[in-house]
Design a protein around this ligand. Structure first.
Ligand code: SF4
Length: 439
């Protein structure tokens, strides 16, 4: 029998949540003794983890499958687009198997059928925290699947179903393993982090001899025990979010909230089927900032939603000015195949959408620049992502990887990726900061 390990090529597309799925599959493959190889040529079979969220992602996924088939010939498809098997089969009838997101078992049995595992897997080659695709010092921690909301522009609930939370002890054990493996920053992700545990009726779970409720607050209390950076993504501005602000003020979790507000006109929010109490949202933001002045709020918005009038767009700009959010991403509305919003009347013409997006970004650039400018002269703890001859690229507590800004440290050549450092901020623009090391 050949001593050669069976070899699997892996293509991972999509959002951070899909990346977590890829990590799980890769971990399992390594546990069973498969080698992960970086080229189609060297692989015996290729797994493509797809994304199906927007039309361009569907095209990208179908192209990736086509490329893998042309280059290798043996292709297993999984991930979000797997829910639309007919679409895949129509474009690529020769794929070996198709499964949906989180269906690790189907992926593994397809791999086993195409490429039987060796009998003596190199178990100890697998680090206990699993194989990670993100840099070693930060990791995504997925706490639930699916979503109970029905935002009209989104098809995630129809693809992933209603909310299913992972029991808190399971999440905390995974987080503990990641931290033992060198992770210094945990990025909590889900479709709606504030809804965590509602499907489990907030069942209490034991971890390290203490009982924690399976809910956002219990999760934060548990993660605080690991003494690394914990960052919360995809939170709704619900009243119980108030409960985690004291933990942020005490430095137990990062003073950072990623809340996709999407719009600020009550009528548009209603059309989007999202909570529309904009005044309450503004009050809540003020209250949070009073309790935790260092709080960074990141959000995303959609401009040019069907029916959006000039007046409603102005309401959105007024909200931006009033809320003074730190970080904002925005998109011009684009229809997603299968979304209810496609049937709404009065679509906004493309040109007008683009014009509004530009105006929106101009307003926000001023706000972000002003908020970052206030940091000049302050000291900030940062985590280092990369180091080269020109210095280090780091992030402050206010910067999530990949989506927010950076802190450039020109005298940071001696730092190491994953290391924490203390810097004084000497310059700011609307996106990034420059700092120098504090001796
Ligand atoms: S909260 Fe809305 S946008 Fe987010 S996943 Fe759920 S339905 Fe989609």
């Amino acid at each position: 029998m050949s001593r050669r390990n069976p070899k699997v090529g892996f293509v991972s597309l999509g959002c951070p949540k899909a990346l977590v799925d890829s990590e799980r599959i890769l971990t399992q493959l390594r546990v069973e003794g498969y080698d992960i190889v970086p080229s189609y040529d060297a692989a015996d079979v290729v797994v493509v983890n797809t994304c199906g969220f927007i039309d361009s992602a569907v095209t990208e996924s179908l192209d990736a499958i086509g490329e893998a088939l042309a280059e290798n010939g043996k292709v297993i498809v999984t991930g979000c687009l797997g829910k639309r098997a007919d679409l895949i089969r129509e474009a690529h009838p020769d794929v070996l198997s198709i499964s949906g997101p989180q269906d690790y078992a189907s992926v593994m049995s397809a791999v086993h059928a195409a490429l039987p595992p060796k009998h003596d897997p190199f178990l100890d080659l697998v680090p206990p925290q699993g194989i990670k695709l993100t840099p070693k010092h930060y990791a995504y921690l997925k706490i639930s699947e699916g979503c109970n909301h029905r935002c009209t522009f989104c098809i995630i609930p129809s693809m992933r179903g209603d909310l299913v939370s992972r029991p808190l002890d399971e999440v905390l054990i995974e987080a503990e393993k990641l931290v033992k493996g060198g992770v210094k920053e945990l990025l909590v992700v889900s479709q709606d982090t504030s809804a965590y545990g509602v499907d489990m009726k907030y069942a209490p779970r034991e971890w390290r001899g203490h009982s924690y409720q399976t809910r956002m607050n219990g999760l934060c209390e548990g993660l605080a025990e690991l003494r690394v950076w914990t960052r919360l993504h995809y939170v709704y501005p619900y009243p119980h979010v108030d409960d985690v602000i004291p933990l942020m003020a005490e430095g137990k979790i990062l003073p950072y909230l990623d809340i996709p507000f999407q719009h600020a006109s009550p009528r548009i929010l209603k059309l989007m089927k999202r909570p529309g109490a904009v005044d309450k949202t503004l009050q809540r933001i003020q209250k949070w900032r009073a309790l935790c002045p260092d709080l960074t709020i990141r959000s995303t918005f959609i401009v040019g939603f069907p029916g959006e009038t000039e007046g409603e767009f102005e309401e959105l700009l007024a909200f931006l000015r009033e809320a003074g959010l730190d970080r904002v991403g925005a998109f011009a509305y684009s229809p997603v195949d299968g979304a209810k919003a496609n049937a709404l009347p009065d679509p906004v013409p493309e040109e007008l959408k683009e014009e509004r997006l530009e105006r929106f970004m101009e307003v926000q650039a001023e706000i972000s620049a002003a908020r970052l400018g206030r940091k000049i002269g302050t000291r900030q703890q940062v985590i280092v992502d990369e180091v080269d001859a020109d210095g280090a690229v780091a992030r402050s507590k206010a910067d999530a990887p990949e989506i927010d800004g950076i802190v450039r440290i020109d005298d940071g050549q001696t730092l190491k990726p994953g290391q924490f450092a203390e810097v004084e901020i000497i310059h700011a623009d609307e996106h990034d900061l420059i700092g120098r090391l504090v001796a």
